[in-house]
Design a protein around this ligand. Sequence first.
Ligand code: ADP
Length: 479
Amino acid sequence: MIDDGKYELFVGGEFVPAEGSETITTTNPATEERLAEVPAGTAGDVDRAVATATDALDDWRLLDPAERGRLLHALADAIRDERDRLARIETLDNGKPLSQARRDVDGAARYFEYYAGVADKVQGESIPLSAEYVDYTLREPLGVTGQIIPWNLPINILGRSVAPALASGNVSVVKPAEQTPLTALEVARLADDVGFPPGVLNVVTGYGPEAGAALAGHPDLDGISFTGSVPTGREVGTAAVENITHVHLELGGKSPNVVFPDADLEAALDGTVTGIFATNAGQVCSAGSRLLVHEDVHAEFVDRLAGRAADLTVGPGIEDPDVGPLVSAEQFEKVTRYLDVGREEAGEPVVGGEALDRPGYFVEPTVFDDVANEARIAQEEIFGPVLSVIPFADETEAFELANAVDYGLVAGIFTSDVGRAHRFAREVEAGQVYVNEWFAGGVETPFGGRKRSGFGREKGLEAIDSYTTTKNVCLRIDR
Ligand code: ADP
């Protein structure tokens, strides 16, 4: 932070003024009050950051990989050392409850730690050919990469996207969301503090259609990773393809959470509440936003769920409730519009359904029951604490319903029948399957979508594939 909540861009290892004077004021979504100001970066600022990153590329990619790993490890430690401060900033900027922000910060540190360990293990293979040849592969970084980060998990997704990029020898230009730009700038500062070479990690704040579009369409970019909505993903993908830039899209979800009568229903309730209400107020691409519940336990389950939802505390993230405010006025309007759509499509919700009558963007945890799978609230990503419940009669119907949606990010099942869990895992169109716990898995487990949820994988070792390219070297050795 410079002073008085005024930030600059972070380019070439230092805070620098943007070329223009326009700024973006970020607000605290719990109070609607001004929090900080960041530059509204322009195409010119993106140009400068990409040029700076390009200058830093050769030294970084040729650095001893063990040293790259040490630097990433040091950044993980620095993030942990500032855990409380970063979590507080994230809570004030995004709205999420403080303990969830702490988890996000821990997650970001863990990404840098995990990929620190991977940095010196990005290795190729040797390929047997006939005796006159030696053949091997080199795994090389893409080069200059961009990461466009959404507002729902700012520091966490930065770690998820940037750590594997840097570990495998790429340099980065990050464009955080205009609603939540602060922790990206803080992490860039920490990277400099721990000794990253200038230009390896740059952050350009700004509006999506301006700074984001300039980054996505930059001709000197070798790879772009985008996490966000489908329409914006389509634009980013199109811009990248214009330049034949390697692109990775992690888009939305409308993920099925399937509950069978043989499940541990208490665990299923925990998973349902965590999956749609008690994680970032449902503003998560992998939220369990469609609850498919077997008709034998439907009434009991929905009744207990309504009780659990009604008991959740809703308030400013800084007071660490279960559910914080939505991120912005725009998101608040979108979610409250869906409450109206839900009433038209499914009648009165069994719990919730109202915005809180106070400053800030608070919406009650809401459950619509007996929703038709074709309904908009069962098909469209709401990105808020709004759950659609769809009953089913048997396994065949459950699996069909689970897939009857455009998205395919994650899917969850609660059952004690191991065979059924595996059948579901095989049949469901999703990039990740949770069995008996929503959000099971971690930094180590590959993550990404199918269908409209995108393509490419982040997390785990697979993320390294997303950030490297294979070069085959074939030698004729008998001449
Ligand atoms: P939302 O609509 O919920 O804000 P977006 O998918 O539009 O979600 O935003 C995710 C990220 O994409 C943010 O960093 C945003 O600034 C950026 N963005 C928005 N529009 C564009 C665009 N046209 N090109 C590139 N990035 C964009």
